[in-house]
Design a protein around this ligand. Structure first.
Ligand code: NAP
Length: 308
């Protein structure tokens, strides 16, 4: 059996199309305002530079203004807090994203928690996260990666209600919010189990999952024999590993003399694809959807701001 591939790029395009259509009408009816996303970057980390470039392109493609506020790597925590609060109070700003990583003198969580819920485009403020606990309240925004996981599962058309779901990894941006979303009667009512570093016999859990979600950041963690036949497998992990030739030797880049790298998930795709019913590839799976959810969250914030 060969699993159906969940095409993250296609899902992302569909979400972007819907967001752009709604945004165009909203902008037309509210000519005195425009949707603006402000990204705060401290220092100039190469990884966050790539994210910023992609975010900017995605925003501009659908008519959102993207402003980068670049701050010096030596900024103090207090100064960053003041800057963030100033941007939060600016009525022309629709949403704020604090780019990671931050330098060691900054407590990232402390600063993130200061972003007001109505400008929290990443859906990670305590109020927005807290709303996930209520079955009868749909949060205005929610963590982008967790929503991306839900979109990937829903794209299969399979029923989620009552399903045995195993989530590997319990971070605040993926594992925990996905668990709450799956429990919610507004959303789905599945039966989730959450595994983490201290879970005994990981494969005991993963093997009984009708839906398996893996968000750890360890290449090769989930092998084919840990997956139930026909399961929906959502691989959130993003790992850079050396590219190997057919003999298993690293492929060397002629220009740099360094090993060439490739991006893989946490699941051994070549094994899993023969067992699962559906699977997300890496790249081209959840990661592709996550950026479009950021735009969807910004639309939700903009809608609330123009209607208030
Ligand atoms: P994180 O905060 O480091 O969380 C990783 C989680 O995995 C923790 O809960 C950790 O448990 C658990 N864990 C570690 N080793 C484990 C093991 N051997 N068995 C079971 N659980 C284990 O990471 P994150 O921010 O959630 O990101 C996870 C992965 O997703 C990374 O590869 C990241 O790059 C990727 N990511 C992808 C997207 C996307 O859009 N696709 C977005 C964000 C992140 P403990 O806390 O108990 O140690």
């Amino acid at each position: 059996m060969s699993a159906k591939i969940i095409d993250g790029n296609k899902i992302a395009e569909e979400i972007k199309f819907k967001v752009k259509s709604e945004l165009t009408v909203l902008k037309e009816n509210n000519k005195n305002t425009k949707p603006v996303l402000v990204a705060i970057q401290v220092g100039d980390n190469p990884a966050s530079r790539v994210y910023i470039k992609n975010q900017k392109a995605s925003c501009e493609e659908i008519g959102i203004e993207y402003n980068l506020k670049q701050l010096d790597n030596s900024i103090t925590e207090n100064d960053l807090i003041n800057e963030t609060q100033k941007i939060c109070k600016d009525p022309s700003v629709t949403g704020i994203i604090l780019q990671m990583p931050l330098p060691p003198q900054i407590n990232a969580k402390k600063v993130q928690m200061l972003i007001s819920p109505d400008k929290d485009v990443e859906g990670i403020s305590p109020i927005n996260l807290g709303k996930l606990l209520y079955s009868d309240i749909k949060p205005l925004v929610a963590p982008c990666t967790a929503l991306s996981v839900m979109e990937c599962i829903k794209s299969t058309g399979e029923q989620i209600k009552g399903k045995e779901v195993v989530i590997v990894g319990h971070s605040e941006i993926v594992g925990k919010p996905v668990c709450l979303m799956l429990l919610s009667s507004v959303m789905e009512s599945a039966t989730p189990t959450v595994c983490h570093i201290a879970s005994k016999e990981l494969s005991y859990h993963t093997k009984r999952a009708e839906i398996l979600i893996v968000a750890v950041g360890k290449a090769g963690l989930i092998k084919g024999n840990m997956i139930k036949e026909g399961a929906i497998v959502i691989d959130v992990g993003i790992n850079r590993v050396p590219l190997k030739d057919e003999n298993g030797n690293p492929v060397i880049d002629e220009k740099s003399g360094k090993p060439k790298m490739k991006t893989v998930g946490d699941v051994v795709f070549d094994e899993a694809v023969n067992i699962a019913g559906y699977i997300t590839p890496v790249p081209g799976g959840t990661g592709a959807v996550t950026t479009s959810i950021l735009l969807q969250n910004l639309l939700s914030l903009y809608k609330t701001q123009v209607n208030s």
